[in-house]
Design a protein around this ligand. Sequence first.
Ligand code: CTP
Length: 401
Amino acid sequence: MLEGKKIILGITGSIAAYKSAYLLRLLVKENAEVQVLMTKAAKEFITPVTMSALSGKPVLGEFFESSDGTWHSHVDLGLWADLMLVAPATANTMGKMAAGICDNLLLTTYLSAKCPVLVAPAMDLDMFRHPANKRSMEKLQEYGAVIIEPGTGELASGLSGKGRMEEPEIIVERIKEFFSAEEYKPLKGKKILITAGPTYEKLDPVRFIGNYSSGKMGFAIAEEAAKRGAEVILVAGPVKEKTVHASIKRVDAESAAEMKEACEKMFPFVDAAVMAAAVADYTPKDKVENKMKRTGDSLVLELVPTTDIAAMLGKMKRDDQTLVGFALETTDARKNAAGKLKRKNLDFIVLNTLEDKGAGFMVDTNKITIIDKENKIEEFPLKTKREVAFDIVYRLMSYLK
Ligand code: CTP
């Protein structure tokens, strides 16, 4: 995919520079030709010897080679590259890039580069959220650079928050995606069924039992899968969300029964199903034709269980199909999620708990843990739902080879 692509890897002075060695190895493994540029501060964190050994090229950093006076042309470098990636990018370097300051080779190359520029910031959380840094990132985006958002988690400072450079595998995936908005379609030929949103269980013509699910997570997964070439059937509960991608076929379902019917019909024809909907577990036993009147007495509603759609698909599942479920838990999260994984015959389950701030319904962020059949547990930091969708689809891709 990256065969023969010419990439400038700019490394700046952050502790995350140690990850750049692995990032470089991944790029070289993909047969990309990588020219490493390091700032002076970067060399305090990782040696140029490591980077030149891995890239098979001398590392550049200075305008002139003091030993023999060779001049390194930033203009030539900028023209040579198909892509420039700055990873890790410090607040200092981003500030200079945004301001047009060019007191090192990395910065002059950035200003001369004709190619697309990707920037993966890494810094402490307070620096990251400082308005000055935010402004630099906005400026860079305005100038056309793509910012690969840092993750949230433990930072080298000992603090915890947003600022950790995105993992090298994900950065490489982003580069691939970037190079081939059109041609890189790892899910081409695959059909994926996705459920999203709440269900409404009708009490009478004007009332229902529902929940706060916004559908954002399921819709984001649908977009990510479609972007990677999958044909998506999105069974959506009543939500405001809209689909964007042309290869998403949306089927609206109001109640758990309607959702079940749609899924049962489609499942035999898909390679995978992702159950992101918050399906009602109970529905009123009697649906009243006319609006219920206030009687003055207390009202007792009898509810009956709905079909567990995920469990039903788990029973229907063939060996060549993958089934992914969600678990929203409030207590004993991992234990409950692992139980659901088994009970519903899922291949992996995406757990989010309301104990985590920023996770769950109605918010744009989520913090997930993925548990698979082998009980392998992977915990992710707090991310936007779009980024979480990317992580889930990325994981799903390994099942759909
Ligand atoms: N699910 C489903 N059909 C249902 C209920 C749940 O397909 N009638 C799916 C959800 O889409 C999710 C998974 O099952 O992928 C787990 O949903 P959750 O509500 O957390 O689990 P339940 O099995 O309903 O268990 P409980 O409500 O007791 O936690």
